[in-house]
Design a protein around this ligand. Structure first.
Ligand SMILES: *Cc1c(COP(=O)(O)O)cnc(C)c1O
Length: 399
């Protein structure tokens, strides 16, 4: 295996296609899939040296694998963080990023508006281990400052948040966290590595669900944790080795192929989403249309300061509650009813009965997730077909 060329000064679009590629002796164009759990050694001494860490080389795919390593290297280059570790799912990445550094008595501060399972970890799992969690309104800078007190070990942020598209001021939160020696984890799924770079604002750890835009074609689950060398050595390395949330080599290959077209796909999705959001807002048939790149988004300026474009997700409130929202969903002919996002296919979901159903109703309402809320992930179809579909489906709202 050799890196033919792997230039850290390649520009982003080149890194997405070539970063981290290692070629075997066969000189394959496309990255090889090494579906192997273990590795053989030319001598007993080699095995001993690899286990002792005095020689490089693979020992077991729970720890590392060449196909997974290519994906990790490519992610590390595009995010600009020295360490990337791939995981089986996005939630495995979130869980490991938190658990590897936390112990009883530590405090975690997070935003109330989070992906449902991230919120479950903070609300339900961490407190069982004597970890105190405090959740704040993500858009309220003073609330972050008040909550991030000495004893806070880490701060967990998702921006824009799912499904409310609340935007968190990363620079403010990172400064408050670093003042008390806390780390900041950013779940950057909605923005993707192309639209927002959390380390520019001071974030220490970035996590992705590769299931979303990185695969982007609805094929495989995956996740990745990015961080600095020190955090990796002090916390993450041993936690991952011994708890084993490793990504399959096959899925790593899918993610590598996904990265090759990520720039094209995300750029087009953002263009499509902007057109669809304008159509929805101008229709006058919805109670609310949220899209960060529209001037009427409550945090439009902050969103556009942190992100290069508005992203691929639009959240709307349908007047008439759950019945009307379900009527709209059931009338869709092109867009699918599905809770995934970042896919080539446009997908729409009703958060309060799906992704956010484990939240208590008051907690949902506090976030602004009402019974009429629908989340639309805009894909790669012709936006006029999406607009036609939404136009005819919205006619059913008051049917
Ligand atoms: C989907 C998602 C996750 C979880 O990722 P999985 O790959 O489904 O485990 C975490 N955070 C956000 C913001 C997500 O959208």
């Amino acid at each position: 295996m050799s890196y033919k060329k792997n230039l850290a000064d390649w520009r982003l679009a080149t890194q997405l296609v070539r970063g981290g590629t290692m070629r075997s002796q066969f000189g394959e164009t496309s990255e090889a899939i090494f579906m192997t759990s273990g590795y053989v050694y030319d001598a007993a001494e080699t095995a001993a040296e690899r286990f002792a860490g005095t020689a490089d080389g693979y020992t077991y795919s729970r720890l590392s694998n060449p196909t997974v390593a290519m994906f990790e290297e490519r992610m590390s280059l595009i995010e600009g963080l020295p360490v990337a570790k791939a995981t089986a799912t996005g939630m495995a990445a979130v869980n490991a990023a938190l658990m590897c550094q936390l112990g009883a008595g530590d405090k975690v501060v997070g935003a109330k508006a989070l992906f449902g399972s991230c919120r479950y970890i903070l609300d339900q799992i961490l407190p069982r281990f004597g970890i105190v969690t405090e959740l704040v309104t993500g858009s309220d800078n003073d609330a972050w400052t008040r909550a991030i007190t000495p004893g806070t070990r880490t701060v967990f942020v998702e921006t824009p948040a799912n499904p409310t598209l609340d935007v968190v001021d990363l620079e403010h939160v990172c400064r408050a966290a670093h003042d008390v020696g806390a780390t900041v984890i950013v779940d950057n799924v909605f923005a993707t590595p192309l639209l927002q770079r959390p380390t520019d604002y001071g974030a220490d750890i970035v996590v992705y669900s590769g299931t979303k835009h990185i695969d982007g074609q609805g094929r495989a689950l995956g996740g990745v944790i990015l961080c600095g060398e020190k955090f990796f050595e002090d916390h993450l390395n041993q936690y991952l080795r011994h708890t084993g949330p490793a990504m399959s080599p096959f899925n790593a290959w899918i993610m590598l192929k996904g990265l090759e077209t990520l720039d094209l796909r995300v750029t087009r999705m953002c263009e499509n989403a902007a057109k669809v959001a304008d159509f929805l807002a101008d229709s006058g048939r919805l109670a609310r249309v949220l899209y960060p790149a529209r001037k009427d988004h409550p945090q439009h300026e902050l969103a556009m300061r942190q992100m290069k474009a508005g992203g691929s997700v639009i959240t709307v409130d349908v007047p008439g509650g759950r019945d009307a929202a379900f009527r709209l969903l059931n009338a869709l002919r092109t867009i699918d009813i599905s809770n995934n996002l970042g896919d080539a296919k446009s997908l729409m979901t009703h958060p309060s009965s799906t992704t956010h159903r484990s939240l208590a109703e008051e907690a949902r309402l506090e976030l602004g997730i009402v019974e009429g809320t629908l989340r639309l992930s805009v894909g790669l179809e012709d936006p006029l077909d999406l607009i036609d579909d939404l136009d005819q489906a919205m006619a059913r709202i008051s049917a």
